[in-house]
Design a protein around this ligand. Structure first.
Ligand code: ADP
Length: 411
């Protein structure tokens, strides 16, 4: 079967990750992956690894802006050392209220996504920039937007709505949910045995949880932005709006402009809060566990708050689903932090959740529930890039013809 190289681009607020995959029939093989990290700093990182994990680029360039960062990716991809992609998939955090389906990227689509960048100011501007650059990078190669919000499109209007004046709802302010590609990849890996009532906890630097019935999203913890929901590395999660007003008033007292005050508030709630803000030490669970071992009280409180919040969400999702068949942990903490998993499940026996200490003593994929646990508890690493490649291949097959894809792209 002919091999088909697909480039996956995944842009964050300070990084651009990329991977080249070979798709042949149902097979997906990772050929190369890489990242430029630390955009906006003097000492960034640029690395690439081959499919076997061997480093082929390892540099520490200055990365003053995203243009310099993307130029490194673009030069590497054009160096002739890597197969030229025949399709490109863009991980797209949020497309705005009118775009809920994964789709072929046209200049109109980029403009539409761009027009709603105020809804996701940390993620959309760089995603839009990368889309525009990628269209120029490989002319004629079809690009596709694969949305993190796509998996959550099945949430009911009740779940999506926010209790705010209707005029803001009309501007697209509602619950969208994120980490959707990770959740889809968990369902994909569970097939054909997807349980009826499932909760997945994606616990990485950003953390969220989703309630899933028969493979479809019922509810998720993140809301309008990834700052909502459960607390995570540097984000508050859901919080009393009075706290935001208190902070905003304190910032306003310094005499800054309204825009500057809003930017500072954004930084406080999305980059300086969560595990980092509470511990005043780190947003990295490994550091926090080390500090807890050394008796650090603030680190203990931060991690306890994280665990407590997740337990409350599990409880509310069980109520929403009317029971639970399986609980899955994924993301860096979900896959690796044995102590967090044990703490999160302790005390949930009444919900049928019992973890076996020995089985839980692992990193990576495993079933960690006790033999007599009513709920199966599993650890499953996400496979987001593979999910993006799958969507690209499906969307490509739906394109009328390569010529019409190109016409639509340059229209
Ligand atoms: P991102 O959201 O940036 O993709 P990851 O999914 O990589 O984040 O998760 C990062 C988190 O995983 C960090 O808090 C890190 O401490 C935690 N983590 C990674 N490895 C371990 C480990 N061995 N033990 C405990 N925590 C870990």
């Amino acid at each position: 079967m002919a091999s088909f190289p697909v480039l996956v681009l995944n842009s964050g607020s300070s990084s651009i990750k990329f991977g080249i995959y070979e798709a042949a029939g149902d097979q997906r093989i990772k050929l190369f992956e890489g990242a430029v990290d630390g955009i906006g700093t003097e000492l960034g990182k640029f690395w690439m690894k081959d499919g076997e994990g061997r480093k082929i680029i390892d540099e520490t360039p200055a990365l003053p802006n995203r243009a310099v960062a993307f130029a490194l990716v673009s030069d590497a991809l054009h160096s002739g050392k890597f197969p030229s992609p025949l399709a490109i998939g863009h991980r797209t955090v949020c497309g705005g209220p009118s775009i809920s389906e994964n789709q072929h990227i046209t200049t109109e689509l980029i403009d539409e996504i761009d027009s709603h960048s105020a809804l996701a100011p940390l993620h959309t501007p760089i995603a839009v920039y990368i889309m525009r650059e990628a269209l120029k990078l490989f002319p004629g190669v079809p690009n596709f937007a694969v949305l993190d919000t796509y998996f959550h499109r099945t949430m009911s209007e009740l779940v999506k709505a926010m209790p705010i004046p209707a005029e803001f709802a009309a501007m697209g302010v509602r619950r969208y949910g994120y980490h959707g590609i990770s959740y889809e990849s968990i369902i994909h890996q569970l097939r054909p045995n997807v349980p009826e009532k499932l909760i997945v906890a994606h616990l990485g630097n950003g953390a969220s949880m989703t309630a899933i019935r028969n493979g479809e999203c019922v509810d998720t913890s993140m809301g309008l932005t990834p700052t909502g929901g459960i607390i995570s590395g540097t984000r508050t999660g859901d919080i009393d709006p009075g706290v935001l007003l208190f902070m905003l008033n304190k910032i306003a007292e310094t005499g800054v402009s309204a825009k500057e005050a809003a930017d500072q508030l954004e930084t406080l709630v999305s980059k300086k809060s969560g595990l980092l803000g509470m511990s005043q030490l780190s947003n990295d669970m490994r550091d926090l566990r080390g500090a807890i071992d050394d008796g650090n009280v603030q680190a203990r409180l931060a991690v306890d708050k994280f665990v407590w919040t997740i337990q409350k969400w599990i409880g509310s999702f069980v109520a929403e689903l009317g029971g639970l068949d399986m609980l899955v942990f994924t993301g860096g903490i979900g896959e690796n932090d044995i102590a967090s998993r044990a703490e999160m499940c302790a005390g949930l026996e009444a919900l049928g959740i019992r973890v076996d200490a020995e089985r839980n003593n692992v990193r990576g994929a495993a079933v960690i529930s006790a033999a007599d646990s009513r709920v199966i508890v599993r650890v499953i690493p996400p496979a987001e890039d593979l999910m993006i490649v799958n969507h690209v291949m499906r969307l490509l097959a739906e394109q009328p013809s390569p010529e019409s894809a190109l016409e639509a792209q340059i229209a």
